[in-house]
Design a protein around this ligand. Structure first.
Ligand SMILES: O=C(O)CNC(=O)[C@H](CS)NC(=O)CCC(=O)C(=O)O
Length: 280
């Protein structure tokens, strides 16, 4: 049976409480429209460019008001809810950039910590050093939904195709890519990378995004997307905050993989150095 999925597009500010309100409002609207799986962007509860301020305002998971609020909301509406990411303070003084899957009973069904850190000087003048504040994850996550398996990723992970291939090979038919992509890189790369990941894996890709201007002169690209396993864009949110929807029929995963069974055709190969080292 097909089901309705939704991606929430927001412009998060520096403080947690108003961001919870803003996201919850859109999640309720999406649930009212019949969405059974709802996904929100990276850093749903805070975009704070000042590292010290971010550290000071980041609670541990056990004390995090948003974890409790979103668990209640998932239970209240009986939805599967992926909060794309939130910062969670860790014992070593760093934080995890952590994605949560809340089940319709309000329990946390899965957590994923972002693996690839965005340590990049973007040519628009902004400098990002995510690893200065965050501890990268070391665990790929594939978890059960009623309709199939979900592979969880975050933002910059999108550029590492091997992760998506591994998740698909581990059984994922749906991939989440919550993001706060920069406007500069998003314009050039966002649509094509998401379509490529969908095509390579034969998965549905749900990619909710931050949009607009944030503190510190940062601009995010928006254009939350839902992409089908054959690569078609099913919905694009454009630039304004809001919600996009698509009907998800897992038969399309099987169809795409039957038409092009590339996932089953991986080969191992040598690289030039190894060939020389082997004396060939
Ligand atoms: O702006 C902010 O503070 C919020 N952004 C983020 O939290 C994260 C880590 S700094 N952004 C990305 O991963 C962008 C990736 C990207 O844009 C690319 O791969 O091109």
């Amino acid at each position: 049976m097909p089901f309705k999925a939704a991606c929430i597009q927001i412009n998060a500010g520096r403080e947690i409480a108003p961001n919870i309100e803003m996201a919850s409002d859109l999640i309720r609207q999406a649930a009212d429209q019949g969405a059974e799986l709802i996904v929100t962007p990276e850093n749903t509860t805070m975009i704070e460019p000042d590292k010290e301020a971010q550290r000071a305002k980041t609670p541990r998971e056990a004390d995090h008001p948003a974890v409790a609020a979103f668990a209640d909301l998932a239970r209240e509406r009986g939805i599967w809810l992926v909060i794309g990411s939130m910062s969670m303070a860790l014992d070593d003084g760093r934080a995890a950039n952590r994605s949560f899957l809340f089940a319709p009973d309000g329990n946390i069904a899965a957590r994923y910590d972002k693996i690839h850190m965005f340590d990049v000087d973007v040519p628009d003048g902004q400098t990002y050093r995510e690893s200065a504040n965050f501890r990268p994850g070391e665990q790929g996550v594939v978890t059960d939904l009623p309709w199939g398996k979900l592979g969880m990723t975050i933002c910059y992970d999108l550029r590492f195709a091997y992760l998506y291939r591994a998740l698909a090979k581990a059984g994922a038919g749906i991939l989440t890519v919550p993001a706060a992509f920069t406007q500069f890189t998003g314009k050039a790369h966002w649509h094509i990378l998401l379509r490529a990941r969908a095509i390579e894996t034969g998965c549905f890709v749900l990619a909710p995004a931050q949009t607009g201007e944030h503190a510190g002169g940062r601009h995010t690209y928006g254009h939350s997307l839902i992409v089908a396993p054959w690569g078609e864009i099913l919905a694009d949110a454009g630039e304004a905050p809001g919600i996009i929807y698509a009907d998800i029929d897992m038969q399309r995963v099987r169809d795409a993989r039957r038409m092009i069974p590339a996932l089953e055709h991986d080969r191992t190969f040598k690289l030039p150095e190894e060939t020389r080292a082997a004396g060939e």
